[in-house]
Design a protein around this ligand. Sequence first.
Ligand code: HEC
Length: 213
Amino acid sequence: MKYLLLFIGLFFLSSCKDSPKPGIQAVEQTSETELVVDQSHHGKVSIDTLEKYKNLGQKYAATTKGVLGKKLVQAITEKGPDGAVEFCNINALPLTDSLSLVQGAKIRRVSDKPRNPLNKANEKELVFIADFKKMLASGKAVEPILDTTDGQIDFYYPITTNAMCLQCHGAPEEQIVTSTLSILDKLYPKDMARVYQENEVRGIWAISFKQTN
Ligand code: HEC
């Protein structure tokens, strides 16, 4: 917690003097990774600032994924997939709330084929999902996308499937067993999140660093 607060403090201090550098490339090569910035709207935000948010976004996505994954595996081990259905809901994670409050960030998880209609990706997010699918198919390292439209910084990173996910997101009656299927049918009558295979883009983390509070 101390570290996070310190980090935020540093950010506010440094954001004042971060003057936009002229001629920033839309895609900047850094020492370790390539930073992908939405090309049309990278505007006046400096690459240093973007780097900071990229790191922060990755940290949030990884932490949330870690906690969620742990809960899911634990629940499946203890109760089987039927009993674990409720544990794939990030809104049920206290962690998501606390991270959001600390940083004024909003953490969402959205999909082009949502199970819960509330998790439906918007137009812009659909474009990024398509980009991530291409990145994954190309076999290249998948990098986050940062979009700086409207003076806010949005971070996007894909959520991919593994074998464990298919118990609830795979083929009905094959990977999703009948009992789980009937629970899903009941809770999510408009479920689109089925028939996935391993290593597919199931959705994205959408973390918005809007400085509103
Ligand atoms: C035990 C069943 C179960 C397992 C296993 C499971 N999910 Fe889910 N998943 C669900 C349910 C139920 C929802 C809807 C949650 C909600 O209402 O927000 C969901 C929602 C999601 C969403 C949000 C978008 C949407 O469709 O509503 C993503 C992304 C997702 N799951 C990814 C995964 C990934 C990746 C894995 C494997 C690491 C996985 N899930 C494993 C049951 C499961």
